[in-house]
Design a protein around this ligand. Sequence first.
Ligand SMILES: [Zn+2]
Length: 266
Amino acid sequence: MKKSGSIIHPYWVLGLLFCVTAALLLFTVDISVTDEAGVRQKLPDTLGDQWEGFDVLFCQDPGCGRNWLTRDVPLNDEGRRVCPSNWQGEPCGGELLTMSLGEKTVLPRDTVMMKKQYINRENPENTVFTSVVLSGKDRTSIHRPELCLDAQGNAIESSQALEIPLANGNTIKVQVLLLNKKYSEKYTRYSYYAYFFIGKDRTTHLHFERLLWMSLDRVFRNVAHRWAYIAVSGERAPLADNAVYQDEIRNVISKLYPEISLLENK
Ligand SMILES: [Zn+2]
């Protein structure tokens, strides 16, 4: 016998209920985007007695793209710092900012970027570059580091976790990439790139773990804290089994971490 057309099938009712519930959840659950970060918004001027830090500025002229230490660029008559000259030594005059033109174009406007070059006082040739990216409101400031490095023409030789013992007896883990970049037939630059992430109440060296914590915090705690992405990079010897670079990473990060982290048990 034919079913009556006037009766609405129960599945449709269930489906409708499901959609209404989903929509209510989507539009009414209030995620509090807080301004809470797990890091200080300033890189230290020194790391122990050994390393002295200098701010880095980036030329915004697309034809130049040169970077400078703030101390090497005096203020002009208007009290501003502008780029003295491009890589070819020709006068430039471009605006200088704390992030590169590429970063400024890609990153959300409220992203906080801190960069310093640390110079070894005993051996000024030995320098280490440190950057902190603190995400803004829309939380898209931090990308998978490997993608950016690849886009900059680096070949990634290896990737591994490294434990960093801290002065207070704790340890943290960082992810270390060994890179090389060929500038010409004769010159290849060999470098390391160590990174980790600090949230409001936790730290991790794994990008996917950071994303997982962000999702769990959103779903179960209704918060979206600002995560920071910390990177330390420097030069290394070509052979990957020469582990001198690991001592440098431990040395720098064990001093940097307690200075910037706001985590209680750091
Ligand atoms: Zn310039």
